[in-house]
Design a binder for this molecule. Structure first.
Ligand code: DGY
Length: 330
């Protein structure tokens, strides 16, 4: 009999086909998130869970799913999953690294340009019928070309942003717990302490994972270290930045502007304070949202899930230590 799996959202057909070939699939066939109570009911008999960053996979869920063997998260970030709790129960967790790197870096760069050159503000200005004449200092912004970029996190996505920055002749600084010597050489990047990065950068772009250690990594103290002309871009996770402090920083001119794809509590509504500020470009968590990349993320998550249920090593496990050794058959 095919193993039962639950899919928590409508996903691309290609991924569903991979799952259906080998599994008995139940799906929350909607573009809205599955209600928690439904999720807890549905996982009861499941061996596999295909989920998104909107689902909390915690001890409560694991207790409802005694047969669960794999949690395939359709995201590179997995702060929504209690990995130690899964590991303790022998549940394999997988994510989708690699396939979204370039698409996410494209969007981070788009936010850098949009905030520096005030693109959204300029469009609103036009739409409001305020354009009367060409003006010498009308909607003037900041040059990206030749400025200093500080990357907080220098993994795959941070490095992909650095590659783009080289085309803009930017000086590249990074802060990361790990030293990336080859990438430093290839990209002409320098590893510095976070405070130095914040003091020196014209653009600070965040590409770090959300963990208990990185929660509010950028708070009031850090924002006050930044230049009043600097831009903050966050395409990683909202809680890396203290949003209340960021609001004051933008309002009171401690920094120049922010480009945000992620927020502390998502989704945000139209009354969110940051949306009232002209120097904010805000997006609804779409950094990896190209058709090709979202499809690839979904198929990779499906490949991960079926591999584990077959007793094979999945392409991108998060906790490989729970994988069975050679010779194992499910
Ligand atoms: C991720 O993959 O972690 C993103 O936030 C969604 O692409």
């Amino acid at each position: 009999m095919k193993p039962p799996v639950y899919v928590t959202r409508r996903i691309p057909q290609a991924a569903l086909e991979i799952l259906r070939r080998e599994c008995q699939v139940r799906i929350w066939d909607s573009d809205d998130p599955v209600p928690r109570a439904t999720l807890l009911e549905e996982v009861a008999g499941c061996e596999g869970l295909f989920c998104l960053l909107t689902e909390r996979v915690d001890t409560e869920l694991l207790e409802h799913a005694p047969r669960l063997r794999v949690v395939a998260n359709m995201a590179v970030g997995y702060d929504n999953v209690d990995v130690p709790a899964c590991t303790a129960r022998g549940v394999v967790v997988t994510n989708t690294p690699g396939v979204l790197t370039e698409t996410t870096a494209d969007l981070a760069f788009a936010l850098i340009l949009a905030t520096a050159r005030r693109l959204v503000e300029a469009t609103r200005f036009l739409a409001a019928g305020q354009w009367k004449t060409w003006g010498p200092m009308l909607l003037t912004g900041r040059d990206v070309y030749g400025s200093t970029l500080g990357l907080v996190g220098f993994g795959r996505i941070g490095q992909a942003v650095a590659r783009r920055a080289r085309g803009f002749d930017m000086r590249i600084l990074y802060h990361d717990p790990q030293r990336w010597e080859d990438a430093e050489k290839a990209l002409g990047a320098a590893r510095v302490a976070l405070d130095d990065l914040l003091r020196q950068s014209d653009v600070v772009s965040i590409h770090a994972p959300l963990t208990p250690d990185t929660h509010h990594l950028i708070g009031e103290r850090e924002l006050r270290l930044m230049k009043p002309t600097a831009i903050l871009v966050n395409t990683a996770r909202g809680p890396l930045v203290d949003e209340a402090a960021l609001y004051r920083a933008l309002r009171e001119g401690w920094i120049w502007a922010a480009g945000l794809d992620v927020f502390e509590r998502e989704p945000i509504g139209p009354d969110h304070p940051l949306l009232s500020l002209p120097n904010v470009v805000a997006l609804p968590h779409i950094a990896s949202a190209s058709i090709a990349t979202r499809t690839r993320m979904a198929t990779l998550a499906a490949e991960n899930l079926v591999a584990v249920l077959r007793g094979e090593v999945p392409p991108t496990p998060v906790n490989p230590e729970v994988l069975p050794g050679p010779g194992h058959r499910p």
